[in-house]
Design a protein around this ligand. Sequence first.
Ligand code: SF4
Ligand code: SF4
Length: 341
Amino acid sequence: MTSEQTILQSLQARGVSRRAFMKFCTVTASSLALSTHEASVFAQTLAGARRPSVIWLSFQQCTGCSESVLRSFDPTLENLLLNYLSLDYHESLQAAAGTQAEAARRKAMADNIGRYVLVVDGSIPTADKEYWSATAGESNLATLREAVQGAGLVLALGTCATFGGIPAAFPNPSSATGVDDLMTQGLIATRPLVNVSGCPPIPEVITGTIAYYLVNGRAPELDTLKRPKVYYGKTVHDCCSRLPHYNAGRFAQSFDDAGARQGHCLFLLGCKGPETFNACATMKWNQGTSFPMHSGHGCLGCSEPRFWDRNTSFYEVMSSAPRQGDGSACVAPPRVVLPPV
Ligand code: SF4
Ligand code: SF4
């Protein structure tokens, strides 16, 4: 399969009938509150759309973000990759290596200029530290500068790519910087950017954001840090199962006392949930099984800028005031349903 195939052709090649595809379009159009006419246009547009080319660049990172997305279950990564995306470059997942891989990246970028999705994980070393991290003899900054030029959408994955993350923690020896700051400083071109923060981000938040773009052709509504509001509109505290105990003033004094076992709030044990915007308490982890506070540990604040410098030691009571979410109800964000294969 190539990115020249339409999404419908790609699905049909894998045994998905037109009828099943139309059913998917009907369900999706209904979730978008489209009229009958708009739904018909939506289906035709999506059927004829080419699978977008995706260039995935990894810089100063631990591979945790790729590991996380590989664990997505709804939609699965393979469903996204094989049917809806054309993953043309990913250092860890591709078979090609060396000059072949770099040539394939440049060809995909040239063939899809202005349209490809550029996924970035890891922070980027800058200034005289630019060559602290390099691929194929090129600094990360040079590779990103070239790739961002022709991107239709840039997706910064994980707290390193969004805000610099742990590599940018004091004393930040490599002058590590996130994608948004590079755009603001004029070190790379400015392109439409979506930040999906977290260390790592929740897998279904990653694939859900990509799926939203595929279905709607644009990024979802974003917060002030350019994160999708549907996932980052509330703090984990807003939706925590221990919130009723927080409100009633019932706090665990240690991780193994009777209060902790009864679900009392972990605020006095250092939980940073009241200042951390993420969907952990609604989307949950491990295929929707649980989330840290539910299983007995406080939030470290991993989806916020400078979380390492601001929050260590992780077991001290946070000093800032609790922050308010967007006031919406705590329900798991709707998943974008893709047809099964
Ligand atoms: S455990 Fe943390 S997130 Fe949950 S209610 Fe207490 S302070 Fe808030
Ligand atoms: S609970 Fe807090 S530290 Fe843990 S993953 Fe969610 S945002 Fe990150």
